[in-house]
Design a protein around this ligand. Sequence first.
Ligand SMILES: C[S@@+](CC[C@H](N)C(=O)[O-])C[C@H]1O[C@@H](n2cnc3c(N)ncnc32)[C@H](O)[C@@H]1O
Length: 244
Amino acid sequence: MLTPDETTTGVWRLLSLPAVYETFDALIGTRDVRRRFVQEYIRPVPGAHILDLGCGPGTMLEHLPNIRYTGIDFNESYIVAAQKRYGSRGTFILGNVTEVDWGPDESFDVVVAFGLLHHVSDATAREVIPRVKLALKPEGRFVTLDPCFVKNQNIVARCLHKMDRGNHVRDVEGYLRLVNPAFRGITHKVAHDLHVVPSTTLMMTCLPCDLMTHMRLDAQVRARDRENPVRFPHSHEIPRSLPT
Ligand SMILES: C[S@@+](CC[C@H](N)C(=O)[O-])C[C@H]1O[C@@H](n2cnc3c(N)ncnc32)[C@H](O)[C@@H]1O
């Protein structure tokens, strides 16, 4: 029998509720991990267009001022919660990352998969990842974060990752194999101390071109943005609720 990609029965069913998910997140320290991930991996410049795959209730937006944001998730209650909380600060699309249309090619500066890959099978990832590459601008980046298995890891971390709601927690090689065919410049880092509870976390940065070309393109874009800064509304001007 095929393993479901996510466990949504028993106690895990509760995590589908945005309030429970966010409380759990806060308790295990994921809110802080998200904040650090934005600073160190997303590194948004004002006006950057960011696509968040498996966006959940859109919590990443807490740490992303002055950008254009599109989030996709197939859990309806998460998308409704995100729309209620963030309104027109982002576009929130209900759908499967394999199926939804997330817009024209080469339109995103950063595509984020924060906790998505361990929720999708290799087959699903192989459908999605080439599309991610097409969606990115040449100077763009695909950045990911997921729990992972490594040799000799903390036994509690290993048990917790085996019990994860996402049924595709992999070893480092397993994740690298997903992105390797599509992306050229791939760097990764494993951390053992990100959460309040024992955990082992893999972060990957995947570039559509080699590192030297990417650095050149990135420097050009940042220089252009400094010369022509994008003006965004101050936060008090941002509508907080859905337009009626
Ligand atoms: C671990 S959660 C991470 C949520 C969010 N990125 C965050 O920062 O809290 C994984 C998310 O991926 C979503 N997801 C899993 N598989 C998906 C798919 N095939 N299409 C769309 N969303 C998916 C789940 O509904 C869930 O919200």
